[in-house]
Design a protein. Structure first.
Length: 247
């Protein structure tokens, strides 16, 4: 019985070295402490007691960057959080070059977020998020490249302002709207004055147009008001008729 048990245990021991890796997984294999490379996906064999395998997920990882207290270049205190998308391109370097690539990437993203947002002004953070996102992605990707990690995207999620700053920005936006309204009204008055000046120039060249305009005004008053209206007639309007009859 003991003679049969030993081969069975040996067979189970040898068969335990077979591992099944999914399509998105790789196994970084060390043999007696030395790197042997990555294996997978599918069925791989890890020599028991001699080799050790570390599974690495090759899918895109979504990492939330906690809110960071930042003082912008124009001395405004804000809280900024973001989301980071990255994936492992080289599993060997991700294991050998850094102790814990997830923790290291998270810490790098937090420090980079504080640094980049501190170099920008508040208006840039609010109005030029795409530019800030691109800058963040370039810096983080440059530092994680030796670890075999590719940063896919960095996106600012929320910028939290103090209540006093929100009220100040609301007052600023209201003042800007009032300024635009006054500018538009002034432009309208200017255009109307230009049109009146053009009309006056035309009437000065053709005096008959003044009479036509006067008669048109009489027609409008008669149609809108049925009561008696006393409307003075300038002598200049009657002068052409007198000049015609005098000869």
């Amino acid at each position: 019985m003991a003679g049969l048990l030993l081969p069975v245990l040996l067979a189970v021991f040898l068969l335990s070295g077979f591992k099944v890796l999914r399509e998105y997984e790789r196994a970084v294999v060390f043999r007696l402490g030395r790197l042997q490379g990555s294996r997978g996906p599918g069925i791989v064999y890890i020599i028991p007691l001699l080799e050790k395998a570390i599974r690495i997920d090759m899918r895109t990882i979504t990492m939330d960057i906690p809110a960071q207290d930042v003082i912008t270049r124009d001395n405004v205190s804000v809280k900024v959080n973001a989301v980071l998308y990255f994936r492992v391109l080289d599993p060997n370097r991700a294991v050998v070059e850094v102790e814990n690539f997830l923790f290291a990437t998270s810490q790098l993203a937090q420090t980079t977020l504080r640094s980049v947002c501190g170099e920008a002004e508040l208006d840039e953070l609010l109005a030029e998020r795409e530019k800030v996102n691109t800058h963040l992605q370039a810096i983080i990707d440059q530092h994680t490249d030796p670890w075999g990690i590719k940063v896919v995207q960095v996106a600012l999620k929320h910028i939290d302002l103090a209540e006093e700053m929100r009220r100040a920005m609301a007052r600023q936006a209201e003042a800007e709207r009032e300024r635009r309204g006054k500018v538009i009204a002034a432009e309208g008055e200017f255009q109307a004055a230009q049109r009146l000046a053009d009309a006056a120039a035309i009437m000065a060249k053709e005096p008959i147009t003044v009479q036509l305009r006067y008669l048109q005004t009489l027609v409008e008053i008669a149609s809108e008001n049925n009561s008696t209206t006393v409307f003075p007639i300038p002598i200049d309007l009657l002068r052409p008729f007198f000049e015609r009859r005098s000869p």
